[in-house]
Design a protein around this ligand. Structure first.
Ligand code: NAD
Length: 492
């Protein structure tokens, strides 16, 4: 057992649990300490400008009446509109929406999107409601936001988050436009909409794509990979993903396409491990067929979800929920790189513990900013009422064709049909969105890396060994999750 393992295993009284917003503010304070801004200005930035908590009744299909609790927080009115997702989860509360709204402010700044941060949520388990009930909840939520001026193209623009997607965004835009029929720019009141309702190509997978690009960029820097004992590039890197929702699934798919090996998954129903690689498409089909990832041929079911996070791997992508790696399990994380796909999956203390062990942590306010970036493109598209690429695509194609014809004439050689098609392809909406996303992420990553190196020196590497300590710790975690560790768990 290493000194660090001993230190973290010492029985110490736990501090008072600190709120999610406090976690975000701790990280803010760490960064703020490195700036020269006036403390009053920093306090101003940290505070949340407005929070709206409201309740409304839902008459369920069986006739019973339920009281629904909902929130919208606008963290910073410094730049308008404010922007941030809406989450449907039983865990939603005021602290959570305020913390997530604050993260949105910082996220928009990191990827240079001119919005303040916001977040909304409804405290429901969406799996327990029929689509009709969910539609009533969403429309009533939108109505309440309209009433209090907490939604609008120039005021506050929601988007999907945990438990919501294009369907909910379609209900929101429809309700908003019904209530403000004369607003020409009404469809810009929400992003993440289906294409037919003013959405944009590439939005659905944008956050996952951003996660994959951030991971790829980090792995491309040989100087940072060496101290971690890793080679340069994504190819062959062993990855564990937590959460196979919008963010996790798309990130996993793109990382797999880029040559990484998916060796573990953690979902609501449990965790699985396949050290030789788990093919995502096959796992997806298995889950659709059986309703669970568990029992997937070629992988081992782990005793509990927590064990999945602690698998031996190169990269861990927690892309489900906040507070997944805390001071309790940070010392058992074996990944050398942790990519925060979700918002706040690492507590501030866990992040520090991993950093001290030389683990490279890519932070959420950069890593999952792809969603808000492409939402910004969608908002611009809605305001301009024209699809990106509509004016120039054909013109570009004809110009490229003329150049090819001129080259063919000058060289007396002809291009083949595949070459012609590739060279004369004019950029359409999806091309432009992905190009904007890639360009922003690549430059933001290298800017962040420069700042990190300026203040902390390049990434330190090398994980301490201390296997025994970690294994016994994992057993404890599984027991506390109320399950026994079966003999089939692979040895590492
Ligand atoms: P989602 O609802 O599409 O997916 C979440 C997934 O996590 C689901 O498959 C769910 O079953 C799984 N899950 C729930 N509890 C779990 C647990 N305890 N262990 C393992 N898996 C669990 O949500 P999403 O949109 O993918 O969002 C995931 C995270 O990413 C959230 O923190 C969200 O705030 C953040 N985020 C999302 C977006 C976006 O564009 N959707 C943008 C930025 C950040």
């Amino acid at each position: 057992m290493t000194v660090i393992d001993e230190l973290v295993n010492v029985k110490r009284p736990l501090p008072e649990p600190i709120s999610f917003f406090e976690q975000v503010n701790r990280n803010f304070d760490k960064a703020a300490a490195l700036t020269t801004h006036h403390p009053d200005l920093l306090t101003l930035i940290k505070n949340c400008n407005s929070v709206y908590h409201f309740t409304f009744p839902l008459q369920r299909t069986d006739g019973s009446i339920e009281v629904i609790h909902a929130w919208r927080a606008e963290h910073s009115h410094h730049k308008l509109p404010t922007k941030g997702g809406i989450r449907y989860s039983l865990g939603v509360n005021e602290d959570e929406v305020v913390a997530l709204a604050a993260l949105m402010t910082y996220k928009c700044a990191v990827v240079d999107v001119p919005f303040g941060g916001a977040k909304g949520g409804i405290a429901i388990d969406s799996k327990k409601y029929t689509p009709q009930e969910l539609e009533r909840i969403t429309r009533r939520y939108t109505y309440e936001l309209v009433k209090k001026n907490f939604i609008g193209p120039g005021t506050d623009v929601p988007a999907p988050d945990f438990g919501t997607g294009p369907r909910e965004m379609a209900w929101i835009v429809d309700t908003y436009i019904a209530l403000s029929p004369d607003k020409l720019e009404g469809s810009a009141c929400v992003t993440g909409k289906p294409l037919a309702q003013g959405g944009i190509r590439g939005r659905a997978e944008a956050t996952g794509r951003g996660v994959a690009i951030a991971t790829r960029e980090a792995c491309e820097v040989e100087e940072d990979m060496k101290p971690l004992g890793l080679s340069r590039g994504l190819a062959g890197k062993r990855i564990v993903v937590q959460g196979l929702g919008n963010v996790g699934y798309n990130a996993a798919r793109l990382l797999e396409d880029a040559g990484a090996v998916l060796v573990g998954f953690v979902e609501y129903e449990g965790a699985i491990h396949g050290p030789k690689g788990i093919e995502l498409a096959k796992l997806w089909a298995h889950r659709r067929e059986t309703g669970s990832m568990l029992g997937f041929p070629g992988a081992t079911d782990l005793p509990c979800r927590e064990a999945g996070l602690e698998l031996d791997c190169d990269i861990l992508v927690p892309a489900a929920l906040e507070n997944q790696v805390t001071r309790e399990n940070a010392h058992r994380i074996r990944a050398k790189i942790v990519v925060e796909g979700a918002n706040g999956p690492l507590t501030s203390e866990a992040s520090e513990m991993l950093g001290k062990r030389g683990v490279l942590v890519l932070p959420d306010h950069f890593v999952n900013a792809g969603g808000v970036l492409v939402s910004y493109f969608e908002w611009l598209k809605n305001l301009s009422h024209v699809r990106f690429g509509r004016m120039e695509k054909r013109f570009e194609e004809q110009a490229f064709r003329r150049i090819l014809t001129a080259i063919e004439g000058a060289t007396n050689k002809s291009f083949g049909p595949t070459e012609v098609a590739a060279i004369t392809h004019g950029a359409d909406e999806a091309d432009l969105v992905n190009s904007g996303l890639e360009d922003t992420f690549v430059s933001a990553y290298h800017r962040l890396r420069e700042i990190r190196n300026q203040h902390r020196g390049p990434a330190r590497g090398g994980l301490p060994s201390g296997r025994a300590g970690r294994r016994s710790g994992r057993d404890r975690a599984c027991r506390s999750a109320g399950r026994r560790r079966p003999a089939s768990v692979p040895r590492r």
